[in-house]
Design a protein around this ligand. Structure first.
Ligand code: SAH
Ligand code: F3S
Length: 439
């Protein structure tokens, strides 16, 4: 038996791509392992979005070196691999192969080459590539990620993704549907549809609204999520579909990046503060209880204190339920590198701290308002600490509940009894277990 070990960094699409890597090498007789010491092939699936993500990978590659016995192959795949290509082979001598997100079919060949002493990089874009004939190898539970679109046609000036994942392309809706149906038959009840601007999905005939109607109606699917939409791609049709399809969850992750219209323009986001707020308003009008989370970048080149304060005020005005907050990181080859007035590191750090505390305060006050409310949760697994079960609401809030491990995978109605600000505690209501999902 040959073993494959994969470490995954970055976004959910990388998690889904790792399942694809197991699929590609599963066909070649590789079984998954969690232990690098047992592996015949070790892969690091990388992120290039921020410099610190790349530095971590460089560090990890150094650590994995000690598991490289003769005959063991170490490869780097994903966005950082795509970005650096051949350069990575030159910089890190114990890396045998480098493959970008469109090149995973070449993995068996490159492994064979590596075993014969070749070191190679495959970083060609293949705009047709969807890996349609390769079944991702997943650990089947209640939830699954399904990639419906690859690449990105926006050009946000801070972002490296269009350079690492290439042009936007959508899978055929019928192919996505077949995959979701097969997952549902295997007991999956929650689907997260993935794409860089997932709501711009269009396979030439069907759009994202069609996708929500069809995936949302698959027997056995109780929850449909998607990430990440772009504010400009929320057509009325898509918002109507979100409101009309009962399985589509009342949560949207809607990256805003900044609350200043001037900064948004420099970022090339193609909406201004008012446009974003209009999008939020439309979503709330159609889906009144919708939870909204976001991504925020602080310290973009030229961002003044006053403009940073506009981001803070937007956080309060929208009342985000959660936010991922980042310090701007310069990426070679992106438009923003050339912008004047790069913000000093200390200023970025200080703004990051302030935005984190504003987000916490706003999220906490929203969450306090939910105490006493009854909600449906999916019991997802054991909580990291203690004996409690970690469950999640349709609004994507984490709720810790007391109960036997057998509840995992089932949907319950719970009353929210307390919150730490971010996560909740809850107790099952007297009706208790509502519906067991059979695996
Ligand atoms: N459209 C993609 C975005 C991928 S990058 C998606 O949402 O799926 C994820 C987030 O990382 C972005 O929303 C942005 O907030 C952040 N990000 C991207 N490039 C960055 C950079 N150069 N510096 C800091 N944060 C960045
Ligand atoms: Fe990046 Fe903007 Fe596309 S954040 S992934 S260029 S929508």
């Amino acid at each position: 038996m040959k073993y494959l070990y994969v470490e995954t960094y970055g976004c959910q699409m990388n998690v889904a791509d790792t399942e694809l890597l197991f699929g590609v090498l599963g066909k070649e007789g590789y079984a998954p392992t969690d232990e690098p010491s047992k592996a015949d092939v070790m892969l690091v699936n990388t992120c290039a979005v921020r410099d610190n993500a790349e530095q971590r990978v460089i560090g990890r590659l150094g650590e994995l070196k000690r598991f490289k016995r003769p005959g063991v192959v170490l490869g780097t795949v994903g966005c950082m691999a795509q970005r650096l290509g051949q350069q990575l082979l030159e910089d890190v001598p114990h890396v045998d192969l480098v493959i970008g997100p469109d090149g995973y079919r070449a993995l068996p060949d490159l492994i064979e080459g590596a075993l014969a002493g070749d070191r190679a990089a495959d970083v060609d874009f293949k705009t047709w590539e969807h890996y349609e004939d390769i079944a991702p190898q997943r650990e089947i539970g209640s939830k699954a990620f399904v990639t419906i679109q690859r690449g990105c046609d926006y050009r946000c000036t801070f972002c490296i993704v269009p350079m690492t994942r290439g042009r936007e392309r959508s899978r055929k809706l019928s192919d996505v549907l077949a995959e979701v149906e097969s997952l549902a038959r295997r007991g999956v009840s929650e689907i997260t549809l993935l794409g860089q601007t997932v709501n711009s999905y269009n396979d030439g005939e069907r759009d994202f609204a069609d996708m929500l109607y069809e995936v949302g109606a698959v027997a056995g699917i109780r929850r449909v999520r998607f990430t990440s939409p772009h504010p400009n791609d929320f057509s009325n049709r898509v918002i109507e579909a979100m409101a009309a399809v009962p399985t589509v969850c009342e949560h949207v992750h809607l990256p805003v990046q900044s609350g200043s219209s001037r900064v948004l323009k420099l970022m090339g986001r193609k909406y201004d503060r008012e446009g974003y707020l209009r999008c939020v308003e439309q979503l709330r009008r159609s889906i009144p209880d919708i939870a909204i989370s976001t991504d925020i970048i602080v310290g973009f080149p030229g961002e003044t204190e006053a403009e940073f304060l506009e981001t803070e005020s937007l956080v309060r005005e929208v009342g985000f339920d959660d936010a991922f907050t980042f310090k701007y990181s310069q990426r070679d080859g992106t438009g923003a590198v050339r912008l004047p007035d790069q913000v000093p590191e200390e200023v970025k750090g200080e703004r990051l701290e302030r935005i984190i505390s504003t987000v916490r305060e706003v999220a906490c006050s929203r969450n306090m308002g939910l105490i006493g409310v009854k909600v449906e949760v999916l019991a997802e697994g054991m909580a990291r600490r203690g004996e409690l079960i970690q469950s999640r609401t349709r609004g994507n809030k984490v709720v810790l509940i007391d109960g036997p491990a057998e509840l995992i995978g089932s949907y319950l109605t719970v009353r929210l009894t307390g919150t730490t600000g971010a996560t909740f505690t809850g107790v099952p209501t007297p009706t208790g277990k509502e519906l067991a999902i059979v695996g």
